[in-house]
Each structure stands twice: as C-alpha cells, then as structure tokens.
Design a binder for this molecule. Structure first.
Ligand code: SF4
Length: 353
C-alpha cells in the first residue's frame, strides 16, 4: 500500500535526521496503521536500548495539594469544580512519603500539585531544602505550574533538579480552547525557557486527543519540543472528567498515544519518556505498551492512601487504592513481564550524568 510505504520512508528518515517537516509528521499521524506502528516501535526500542538498555526508571509521585487557582477546562481539580474534595499535605507528611519511597528504592521524588497559594515561595523552598538535606542522593522534581523566573531560581537553589510543565498544546488557538483567557500558551512556553536557562532538567508534554485537536496541532507539538529540547516529555491520552466542561468529550486513543511516543523516541533519542498512568487507565496493559513503544520511565504513586482518590485530573484513574509498596512491586512485575527491569537510580537524562 502506497501510504504504508511513504510512512515507513518517513520513519526511516526520522530515525536518521531526528526531525521531519510539519507536513510529514501530519501525514504520518493521519495515515499510520498497525503495521506502520509496529515498524516504528521496533526502531524506537532500538534507540532507547542504545542509551538506556532495558532499564526502567521509577519516580515516586507525591501529589501534595489538589487546590489550584486555575480553571483549565479539562482538569478535574480546576478551581471551578466546587465538588472536588480539597486537601493539602503538611511538610511532615511530604517528608513521610519520601521516607517510605526511599526505603522502597525510589531515588527521585516528584512533588506535584495545583497552583496553590498556600505554598508560598518560602514554604516551598523550605520543603525542598529539607528533602535535599535528608536525601542528598535523590533527585527532586517539581511540578507546580507557572512561576516567575525568580521563584524557579529560588527552588533550584534550594535543591530542586528537575521541573515538569506540560505545554499541553503548542498551537495558541488550540490553547485558548482548552484554557480560560488569562492563561496563554506563550506564557507557558516562556516558563519552559526560563527553566532551561536556570539549569533544570526540564519536562514538557501534551495530551493526545484533547478536544478540537488536529493532526496538524500534534505535528506542531512535536516541532515545538524539537526546538525546546527538553530532557523529559510526558504525554498521555486526554481522558474526560465528569465535572468539567469537557465531560462528554471522547478520550484520546491508545493507538495514537503509543504512536506519538514512538515518534518522540526517534525525534529526541535521549529523552526520558514516562509511560503514564493515563495510558494505564485507558488500557489494562497501557503502561507496558508504552514502554514497548519507546518509553523508559514509570511514576508510581507515593501519596498517602487517604488522599489518592482526591487527586483526580480525569475519571477512572487507576491505582488510587493501592499502598506505595504494592505499586512498586506491581510495576516491577509488569516491567519484568515484557523483558524490562525497574532500577534503583536517580535515572537522570544521559546528558546530565
Ligand atoms: S491542569 Fe494544572 S493548572 Fe490547570 S487547573 Fe488542573 S492543576 Fe490547575
């Protein structure tokens, strides 16, 4: 079939040149089929093995607040959702999560939360410093949204190593359909460049299949990431939340999310690519399939059990009832079942070792 042949040619070229034009990416996204995907995943696995062998890095995710001042239309904990049951973890609770995680072999802690004014810059810096002092061999990743350059710098100087901030969509018009007017794609991108300038290992990413998204938008996402050169890229399927304006929108597909992961691996060969919980939510083997498409990171939850079911960005999120130790073992079994190994390591991007 002609389409298949062209798709494979583009994939071969992407593997060599690590970039394609917007038209070529769009063509691939519109015309791939299972055979093309399998062809891509095989190449993606070869590239990932070159830099990361069969290692899978684990990140201990601590969802420490579900308060947020923003109102992103797709998000279950947005400020406009009055039905969300809100919580915050104290510094001691956060340190308790780190302690549990350290004993289980986690060497990266990810502090994730909404944009919650309760955690002032000073409070946040104090938490970061305490984790840094207690766990000098661990990486600290932050995922707390848009801040000023000075605040990012303060957190970096306090000991944070990495920062996750998904750009969500590189297209300004599409961004405006997913967010209220006071948020802009340009401001988001500025934050990402600030983070890079300061010296963080930076993670960005986007949702696959979000409302109004086109194949051209996804191509723009890839090209934006090519320009940004982040050390990490988190992507997952869009999944609706019942208390949002997008409640009735269709979810992104497993197939397209995996395909995008494969393209990302060829485009950014050294990137840390998580196989996300959202992938595991839309398919029972989603996280394994993500690894087989080129991903190399999984992020089990270290948040206390009592709050897990309150950090719901989307519906039907998995693993909200499991203990951290169960999650850790479950992940190890899952990865072993496909020939990969969870390792005890900070799991830095190869360029940061
Ligand atoms: S996506 Fe992030 S910034 Fe937007 S409402 Fe949800 S937690 Fe807040």
């Amino acid at each position: 079939m002609e389409h298949r042949k062209i798709c494979k040619e583009y994939i071969d070229r992407l593997a060599v040149c690590q970039v394609l034009s917007a038209e070529e990416f769009t063509y691939l996204i519109l015309n791939y089929d299972q055979e093309v995907s399998d062809y891509l995943f095989e190449k993606a696995r070869q590239v990932r093995t070159r830099y990361y062998n069969h290692d899978v890095y684990i990140r201990g995710l601590i969802e420490f607040t579900n308060y947020c001042r923003n109102d992103c239309y797709y998000c279950g904990i947005r400020s406009g959702n009055k039905k969300a049951i809100r919580y915050r973890l104290s510094k001691d609770e956060i340190l308790g999560c780190c302690e549990t995680g350290y004993l289980l072999g986690f060497r990266t802690f990810v502090l994730q939360g909404g944009e919650d004014g309760y955690y002032t810059d000073e409070r946040m810096a104090d938490i970061i410093r305490s984790i840094r002092d207690k766990y000098p061999d661990c990486a600290i990743t932050l995922s707390v949204g848009e801040k000023s350059y000075e605040t990012y710098k303060l957190f970096f100087d306090a000991g944070a190593d990495r920062y996750l901030l998904r750009h969500e969509t590189a297209n300004e018009e599409h961004y405006a359909r997913l967010h209220p007017a006071k948020l802009s794609g340009a401001a988001r991108k500025n934050c990402l460049y600030d983070l890079k300038k300061i010296g963080y290992q930076v993670g960005s990413g986007f949702m696959v299949g979000s409302p109004c998204q086109t194949a051209g938008n996804l191509a723009e996402d890839l090209l934006f990431l090519k320009e940004l050169q982040p050390q990490m890229v988190g992507i997952g399927p869009f999944i609706s939340h019942h208390d949002t304006p997008f409640a009735k929108e269709k979810s992104g597909t497993l197939e397209l999310t995996l395909f995008m992961l494969g393209l990302l691996r060829l485009m950014l060969p050294k990137a840390l690519l998580p196989s996300t919980t959202a992938l595991g939510t839309i398919h029972p083997k989603g996280r394994e399939l993500g690894i087989l498409a080129g991903a190399n990171v999984v992020m089990p939850n270290l948040s206390p059990q009592g709050v897990r079911d309150k950090y719901l960005l989307y519906d039907n999120k998995i693993c909200t009832g499991d203990e951290a130790a169960e999650c850790r073992q479950c992940m190890e079994r899952r990865m072993r079942s496909i020939g990969y190994e969870v390792v005890v390591s900070r799991g830095d991007n190869v360029d940061f070792r």
